[in-house]
Design a protein around this ligand. Structure first.
Ligand code: TXA
Ligand code: MG
Length: 319
């Protein structure tokens, strides 16, 4: 676990324009001082992420929305009041002081206050905000432990603040409040139903041109090396048998029986458990050298919608 001294060290590195991996309740982030364009550019280099893909600015408890956004609609205040700190990111019109490096050249900015004591303390001591994408190489599985970050980024990150395993386990919900009506860009830890409760109406699906601006919405994101194949629950065993007989090392995400020779990954009992263990499971499949992972998409709401979203993207055809 990160100590007080580690947090002070992180402040020093960030003020000097360095990168620090930070724990959040969703996934680990790779952070730079959001107001330092040169530091922010380093993030894109390390991740191998195209510079047009915008980053989320993480703010602390004493942040004022108007320091980051040019306009703060009442809905944004209500959502922040209800869900921050927590797994909700809001897209608002950009305050001109936010560098275009952070926003991928767009006139909007994504903001979130993460619910993790280490990172909230870091933000308090640092002041300002932290631009941070998930701390993995572009297009790969997000890290939910400090060790995952070290495995992925190695020496490319100066300091990894260890905050333990992420409790939510999938990335934040992203709601766009910069247009006429709120739209849901990415399902996550705050459900559509919870958003509707505060907004008065459910957020709509994004317009097609917003989609391309949100790489988390690209097909084939969040993918492990193993191919991911979806099947109806009653066909899981048969599908796994097919893969095995074709000579492929096969895993199955199920609590049911699997053909001999297949590796079984147990499914958590609740949506929260399924989300919290999702990325570790995908990493385990790769560590075992599996060729294919056979699974059924959960069909519940809440966090299951986020799990199903990430798994269907992992199962999408790869470039
Ligand atoms: O839970 C999370 O959100 C984690 C932790 C570290 O906070 N972060 C995360 O970052 O998932 P990243 O970069 O992997 O995904 C950020 C998403 C991307 O899909 C990006 O396109 C979208 O946020 N985004 C950022 N700024 C945006 C903007 N101005 N308009 C639309 N989408 C934006
Ligand atoms: Mg990511």
């Amino acid at each position: 676990m990160a100590t007080e001294a580690d947090i002070d060290n992180a402040v020093r590195l960030l003020k000097a324009g360095g990168l620090v991996a930070i724990p959040t309740e969703t996934v680990y982030g790779l952070a730079a001082d959001a107001l330092n364009p040169a530091a922010v550019r380093k993030i894109f280099g390390v991740k191998g992420r195209p510079p047009s893909h915008p980053l989320i600015v993480h703010v602390g408890r004493d942040a004022r929305l108007e320091d980051w956004a040019a306009e703060v609609p009442p809905a944004a205040r209500r959502l922040a009041e209800r869900f921050w700190p927590g797994p909700l990111t809001m897209v608002l019109k950009r305050n001109p002081r936010v560098p275009l490096e952070v926003t991928g050249g767009q006139e909007t900015v994504a903001l979130r206050m993460p619910a993790h004591p280490v990172t909230l303390e870091l933000l308090k001591r640092l002041g300002g905000g932290l631009a941070a994408p998930s701390a993995n190489r572009f297009g790969q599985v997000s890290p939910t432990t400090a060790q995952h970050v070290r495995d992925d980024l190695g020496r490319d990150v100066e300091l990894v603040l260890d905050g333990g395993p992420c409790t939510v386990g999938v990335e934040s919900t992203i709601v766009d409040l910069s247009g006429d009506v709120p739209s849901l860009l990415r399902p996550g830890g705050v459900s559509r139903e919870q958003l509707a409760g505060v907004l008065g109406t459910a957020p709509v699906a994004p317009e097609p041109e917003r989609r391309v601006r949100t790489p988390g919405m690209l097909e084939s994101h969040y993918a492990p090396r193993a191919r991911v194949r979806t099947a109806a629950p009653e066909l899981l065993e048969q599908t796994a048998a097919e893969e095995l007989s074709a000579g492929r090392k096969t895993g199955v995400w199920t609590n049911g029986s699997v053909p001999s020779g297949a590796v079984r990954f147990p499914v958590g009992a609740t949506a929260s458990e399924r989300a919290a263990s999702l990325y570790a499971m995908l990493r385990e499949a790769d560590a075992l050298g599996l060729d294919v992972l056979v699974l059924s998409l959960p069909d519940g709401g809440g966090l299951d919608a986020a799990v199903a979203d990430r798994l269907s993207k992992a199962a999408a055809p790869r470039p």
